[in-house]
Design a protein. Structure first.
Lengths: 299, 869
């Protein structure tokens, strides 16, 4: 890791669940509403606390989760956790490792970005992401869904690579009113995270820990007692301060490692098959996708 | 911004994290620095989630809770004695005839049961006898037991009037005081008796707040107040929208004055305004009873028949408001220009006078009666507002309706609302005019800290869309044209308006729209100038002390004078905030006089020294013989008036007040624990139940505010008080994801999908009782109407135990309607027209309802869904 590695630190202890990050993400990246008809006809209400988008998807690159934790008497336990989730831009990124065409690639800033025009829509990455982030778009093209949408390809947060390349932070971090989402150099963010852990522990909130990096192992000063940090998949360029177990936030409780450890035999088989059948197979796969995207090409 | 310096913050009547999410960063800063954050609310919201302590309270019982805090402070000697004795009216003696609600079972003295009003004579200060000679020129009734009200003579012109002489005649003598606070008629002793029964046990019984949690709050606010610490209360419409809303906020004022938390850094009562420039539209007067700068609208019901009588009625001789003549005459000069002269009383007679309450609710009652023929709506959507079914029906009586908005709102489409069976029977001519967005026009917004911020036009609005300024200016010009040949007296106001806001060629050179008025000229006129006929000869004024009462100055609103001190300086557009200190005096401009902390003289002790180093703010520099401020804020006091200055019994305005009277807009310079004037429902806040409540008043035989404004008309039936038909308390509110009636959000895809559907929040206990499961359809009904919504069953709500009786509370956001992408039933179909007696605000935060499981959406909603987006 060098000083140019960029990322985000998401401090869930000060997230107010306002969803400004979700809107800023959609506004900057011109992402479409997921299902207008469902909203108009009353089929979009999830009855799941204040969450009505439900999950990360090809059109929802950010998603705020709401976890209500109340005991019957509302005294023993009484809290409402919120967490703004997105792609973690893993150091060992499963999606990137399995991508057969190089459509997924590592940017100069350490983010995982997508060349949608190189994506063949094979969806290996979808299965390879341990966090359920990257998603397949079979609905929108450039006309109906904005510049990022190519029907039959995958989408996810790209760490606002266009903004970052021009010296700006991510749109979500810019919009966050409480600085719950901070964009910056990874080492600065780790230092910030360590200071937040210290401050919260000093206030008695010893259940606060970092998900993504082991700050102590990374050489940062943080209290030894209380909840311990958790490093996963070689580290997360977008990492979190959490107040409860990872599973509560829908995150793997243990380091899932590189997912292709499990799916490599299949991936290998596919590559072998491609070798046997020649490039033609891949080319035709790609052609189908391009046909589907034809209206966008006209635009 | 000042909230970052608070040691405690109590959010009450506010869901700041959700409804003011951007400003919420300041409380979060305070928390990071160690402040204790408390949320007192019927629901556990996103604000509660950010606080150290959440305290449940039944909707509408905040006066009992805050009165309980006042009682705790007084009975445990936790008040800030030096502050209370010197800076508040605690030592002042009240008229011997005063009777409290405690003596009178819920009524103050002066109640007239037939007229349902109070005579305030017994609420007045006792005053010293006038000096024996020379005989005072003030009228006798001011001296004992009467508010200083002049008895002007009708029909005189202002020509030749010396205002100083006239106002001097109105001067009363000083109020009587007992600085030991022992006299039973002192405000302090009256206050103590008034709240003595507001014990933690009583708070629990009325509010449903567990006693231990109440005491925790009491401990947090008292241990974080004093010379060394300060804290703030933060409220929004959760406090205002009650039939005793003004009194509710007054109670917080009492608590904060007792704790010494007013006029000091990190202290105060933060009123969070409803949207971007609602503060600006109160300042520059969208209310029927106010002219810009908080000057009362002339009324046919008081001695406002001539300009002289208006001014003498409105001028407070013993406060900063003694300058009223200059503000009024400068305003008339701004509006009527060269046509306003001393010979015609500056055009005062051309102003229309109000005859009654013409606020939102009674206007729709009059519309229902067919008395109102036309209406222009700019950025307002009454078709989904209070008692929305009544409102929409009333609108059918209009001959014409103009709606200026971004979309075809529910109000523009009222004639085809889902409950209209035959729209051809509605004869109203509806004209929908597309409005421009904020980025498509120049102008200012005044935000919740009274700070004006200028925004430049970034693009022409599309097509025929135009800004409101464009609309009203061109309407004014066309009216002038229409009435040019009229000889009717009533048309003189229109004929004589100046409206000289023509754009300079350079202003519009780069835009498609060439007839856009110059917003900067409007701001210059509001700011004020030395009067000259043409703009080129007008020099702008830098402060309101330069305003004159002789027609040589013009200013639309004295409080804004100084925002543009000259034509090349627009302080509202300044953004040099980076190295500007935490007050940021050079970022935007806060009225009045760029004063960020009001009454900041109170941040120093009576001798002018800071109360503590930690809370040092404004202080007296004895060497330089001037007041100074550590953070660059402007001094809210006469800059060179020494702390030991004695009050002058013949001095006008602040000269009548001493050097240790910080509250210069009050007639005695004191913070008012007890309000002898200004309120129609009592000098002290008293607990009453909401107009609709499932329980009786636990404190008094009088259940409800006796002065409440009620409209006993068809279509506005009230639920039986403390009845069994509608036993559930309901509160309506906003969410982060939507704005007000949703016109700026339900049409926006990115926001519509975040909160797609109207829902009702309820506790699992109530849901079980009613057989309702999470996500089910629920019918919510009142005596007015019903609405269907999806159930959100959550432990964030809870039943209240009121002395053994269980009362359930539900809550519904009010963002939805029958137009747009995200449609829903209209929550306000269920609410009632009923209002606070002082300011006519409705009671949307606490009324009663019943709920039952429904099989699906109402017919109303099903029809709304059929309208394509």
């Amino acid at each position: 890791m060098t000083a140019t590695q960029k990322g985000m630190f998401v401090d869930t202890s000060i997230c107010t669940g306002c969803k400004a990050c979700q809107v800023a993400c959609k506004e900057w990246n011109q992402l479409p509403m997921e299902d207008q008809e469902a909203v108009h006809l009353g089929n979009a209400f999830l009855a799941d606390s204040y969450d009505n988008t439900g999950h990360l998807s090809a059109t929802n690159w950010r998603h705020v989760k709401f976890m209500e934790q109340f005991s019957d008497d509302r005294r023993t336990q009484s809290r409402w956790l919120m967490m703004s989730d997105s792609c973690k831009h893993c150091v060992d990124a499963g999606c990137l490792e399995v991508c057969p065409t190089g459509a997924l690639f590592r940017t100069d800033f350490g983010a995982v970005d997508i060349h949608n025009d190189v994506c063949i829509g094979c969806r290996y990455c979808v299965g390879a992401c341990p966090f359920g982030v990257i998603s397949f778009n079979d609905k929108f093209d450039g006309t109906t869904g904005g510049p990022h949408m190519v029907k039959g390809t995958v989408n996810k947060c790209v760490l606002c690579s266009d903004r970052v390349a021009n010296g700006l932070g991510t749109a979500c971090a810019k919009a966050c009113p409480t600085s719950s989402i901070t964009f910056g150099n990874l080492d600065d963010l780790k230092r910030l995270a360590a200071s937040r852990i210290q401050a919260l522990h000093a206030r008695g909130q010893t259940d606060a820990y970092v998900y993504g990096w082991d700050l102590k192992a990374e050489g940062y000063d943080r209290p030894s007692d209380g909840a311990q940090d958790l490093k996963v998949v070689g580290g997360l360029n977008v990492f979190y301060l959490l107040l409860d177990k990872p599973g509560i936030y829908g995150l793997p409780a243990h380091d899932p490692g590189l997912p292709q450890k499990n799916i490599l035999p299949n991936a290998g088989g596919a590559l072998l098959m491609a070798g046997v059948l020649g490039i033609a197979g891949v080319a035709s796969f790609r052609k189908r996708r391009m046909d589907a995207a034809a209206p966008a090409a006209v635009e | 911004m000042d909230l970052q310096h608070s040691d405690f913050i109590v959010f009450m009547g506010s869901n700041m994290a959700e409804c003011h999410p951007v400003g919420f960063k300041w409380p979060m800063k305070a928390k990071a620095k160690g402040a204790t954050l408390v949320h007192v609310d019927p629901r556990f919201t996103r604000t509660s989630a950010m606080c150290d302590l959440y305290v449940p309270i039944r909707s509408g019982t905040d006066i009992a809770f805050l009165g309980g805090l006042a009682n705790y402070i007084l009975s445990n000697d936790k008040y800030f004695k030096d502050y209370v004795v010197n800076f508040t009216n605690a030592p002042t003696l009240i008229n011997a005839g005063f009777k409290d609600t405690e003596d009178n079972d819920g009524f103050f003295s002066g109640w007239d049961a037939a007229k349902k009003t109070y005579d305030r004579a017994t609420w007045q200060y006792q005053r010293n006898a006038p000096p024996p000679a020379p005989a005072p020129t003030g009228t006798a009734e001011q001296h004992e037991g009467q508010e200083p009200a002049p008895k002007p003579v009708a029909g005189q012109s202002v020509k030749g009037v010396n205002w100083g002489t006239e106002i001097a005649k109105l001067l009363p003598t000083f109020p009587k005081e007992d600085r030991t606070l022992q006299d039973p008629q002192t405000v302090f002793q009256i206050l103590k008796r008034h709240y003595a029964r507001y014990t933690p046990e009583m708070v629990e019984k009325i509010c449903g707040t567990p006693k231990d949690l109440f005491l925790k709050v009491a401990d947090i606010i008292t241990s974080n107040s004093g010379p060394d610490k300060t804290g703030a209360f933060v409220y929004a419409v959760g406090w205002t929208q009650h039939t005793y809303g003004v009194q509710l906020i007054r109670t917080a004022g009492i608590v904060q004055l007792l704790l010494g938390n007013i006029g000091r850094p990190g202290g105060g009562i933060m009123a969070l305004r409803g949207h971007a420039s609602i503060q600006g539209s109160t300042d520059i007067a969208s209310l029927y009873n106010l002219h810009p700068g908080y000057l009362n609208t002339p009324s046919a019901n008081t001695t406002h028949d001539t300009l002289k009588n208006y001014i003498l009625t409105e001028t407070q001789p013993t406060s900063f408001w003694s300058n009223t003549p200059a503000y009024v005459i400068s305003q008339l000069k701004a509006w009527f220009g060269a046509n306003a002269t001393v010979d015609n009383d500056y055009g005062y007679d051309w102003l229309p006078k109000i005859t009654a309450d013409h606020s939102h609710l009674p206007v729709f009652v009059e519309m229902m009666d067919g008395k109102i023929k036309g209406m222009i709506l700019t950025g307002q959507n009454p078709a989904t507002s209070i008692n929305a079914g009544f409102t929409r029906k009333a609108m059918r009586n209009l001959d014409w309706l103009i709606v200026r908005d971004f979309y075809e709102t529910e109000s523009a489409a009222f004639w085809k609302a889902p409950d209209v069976d035959d729209s051809s029977a509605i004869k109203t001519e509806v004209i929908l005019m597309p409005a421009a967005h904020v980025a498509e026009k120049d102008g200012t917004m005044t935000q919740t800290q009274r700070t004006l911020q200028w925004h430049d036009k970034a693009a022409d609005p599309p097509g025929d869309s135009r800004g409101d300024l464009w609309f009203w200016w061109h309407l004014g010009l066309r009216l002038k044209e229409r009435y040019a040949s009229s000889t009717a007296t009533r048309d003189l106001g229109i004929k004589n308006m100046t409206l000289d806001y023509d754009p300079e060629p350079a202003d519009v050179a780069n835009w498609r729209i060439k007839d856009e008025p110059a917003a900067k000229k409007v701001l210059w006129e509001i700011n004020g100038f030395n009067y000259a006929k043409d703009w080129k000869d007008r020099t702008l004024l830098s402060t309101f002390t330069l305003l004159k009462d002789d027609g040589t100055t013009a200013a639309g609103a004295w409080i804004y004078t100084g925002v543009t001190p000259d034509k090349n300086t627009n302080r509202a557009a300044m953004t040099s905030g980076k190295n500007d200190g935490w007050v940021s005096p050079n970022w935007g401009w806060a009225w009045p006089a760029n004063r960020h902390q009001l009454y900041n003289r109170a941040s120093a002790d009576p001798a002018g020294n800071p109360w503590s180093d930690r809370k040092k703010y404004t202080y007296w520099d004895a060497t330089a013989k001037t007041w100074k401020n550590v953070a660059g804020d402007s001094i809210d006091f006469t800059a060179t008036k020494a702390p030991d200055t004695k009050p002058n019994p013949t001095g006008i305005g602040v000269a009548f007040q001493s050097g240790s009277d910080p509250f210069i807009l009050k007639t005695d310079g004191k913070g008012w624990l007890f309000a002898p004037v200004g309120l129609s429902d009592g000098p002290l806040p008293t607990h009453y139940e909401p107009w609709e409540s499932p329980v009786n008043n636990a404190l008094y035989k009088q259940d409800r505010n006796p002065v409440t404004k009620v409209w006993d008309v068809a279509g506005n039936k009230y639920n039986t008080f403390a009845g069994t038909d509608f036993p559930i308390v309901i509160s309506t509110y906003r969410l982060t994801e939507h704005h007000l009636s949703g016109v700026m959000t339900r049409w926006l895809p990115w926001l519509a999908e975040l909160m797609p559907e109207l829902f009702i929040e309820m506790s699992p206990e109530l849901a079980t009782e009613k057989g309702i499961k999470n996500g089910d359809w629920v019918k919510v009904s009142t005596s007015r109407s019903a609405a269907t919504a999806r159930a959100l069953v959550t432990r964030r709500l809870r039943p209240f135990n009121l002395g053994g009786k269980t009362v359930h509370q539900v809550g519904m956001p009010f963002h939805w309607g029958y137009m747009g992408i995200a449609v829903g039933d209209v929550t306000n179909n269920t609410s009632a027209l009923v209002a606070d007696p002082n300011v006519s605000i409705h009671e949307g935060k606490a009324f009663t309802c019943n709920i039952e499981k429904a099989t699906g959406p109402s017919d109303f909603l099903q029809r709304a869904r059929k309208v394509p987006v």
